[in-house]
Design a protein around this ligand. Sequence first.
Ligand code: ZN
Length: 424
Amino acid sequence: MKKLLFLFLIISFSISAQQVDLSYYLPKDVTYNSVIPTPKSVIGHEVGEWHVTHDKLVEYMKALAASSDRISIEDRGRTFEGRPLLLLTITSPKNHQNLEVIRTKHIEATNNASVNVSNAPIVVYQGFSIHGNEPSGANAGLAAAYYLAAAQGNKIDELLNNTVILFDPSLNPDGLQRFAYWANTNKAQNINPDPNDREYREVWPGGRTNHYWFDMNRDWLPVQLPESRARIASFHKWLPNILTDHHEMGTNSSFFFQPGIPSRTNPLTPQMNQDLTKEIATYHAKAFDKIGSMYYSEESFDDFYYGKGSTFPDINGSIGILFEQASSRGHAQESDNGILTFPFTIRNQFTAALSTLEAAKNMRVKILQYQQDFYKNSRNSGENKAIVFGDEKDAAKSFHLAEVLKRHQIKIHEVKADFSSNGK
Ligand SMILES: [Zn+2]
């Protein structure tokens, strides 16, 4: 009898882990436009049933862009393995017709403190799974993009009228592909949640990094990799007000959102940035309470190094937000909190993506004003000195530093004539 019961438990678990459908992720009180293809109708499996490969992710994002007048799509270049670096722009059809005017005005507001921002849309950059083996973000992106394209009603209309979403479905295509191959190849017909199962023991070097094993979440400042170059160009083109960075952490944890440890915030980041981050966090907390998921804030993770995706925006008048979901690192794994399924991790990331947009919509004018003030205060801070750099013996050093500065749109000029200062 005990054996029978055990067998029954295994069967019922394997069924519950695999039979998830799209409604598990989506808000319940919304109707969806049947013209918009669901992820399953394009990629052939339900969100969370398998780890989405990057090629399927691309296929779905292109299908969405082709079927929705809320979405335009651009191909910003190639990874080292030749995968496209896509960016979706998601906003109301009316804003789409006027997009370049909206963008120009948005940038103008950072240069001219007299521009009135109260009627302007807020710009939100949502980026997923820069660490490729932290895949719940990119997989949640399937459901989030579907929701933004297909949801109907006043709530979504109001959101899209007031928001321009720059949707980066995979910040690390080569790493995501490498991890999807591992998790899918080692998935059994009946999922085995034992942490010692091969599925949860990805081989070295793993999907965290890009093709050359660089951690791209350290490259937002140096901008040396093709993925970062495309992304930083998009960032400066739009100067988003909020940028979200969806990650995963240890399996036994829950869900983290910023603010991080207060004493580990970079001192150059304005206090107001942290205050707004905290106010945005109330939207995440409310949304997680609603679905009954555990979360925490302020007890771990720094907001110090500007080469990270959640911190880089903070020194550019934007608000960077780090999300960290406990990782199932496969399809379902035992943890201190019970069995952690891949769909559960995806649902949390999806929920955080939507609570970010809800906060952006409700706090729009306050956040737009913050960005405008940030640039005004920076100009007036008396820190606007010019810095002279160069090297008598190694011109390449100066050249490459100039290259990095140019990627950040920092103005550089050659000096017109030799001069000396402080004996140099
Ligand atoms: Zn990460």
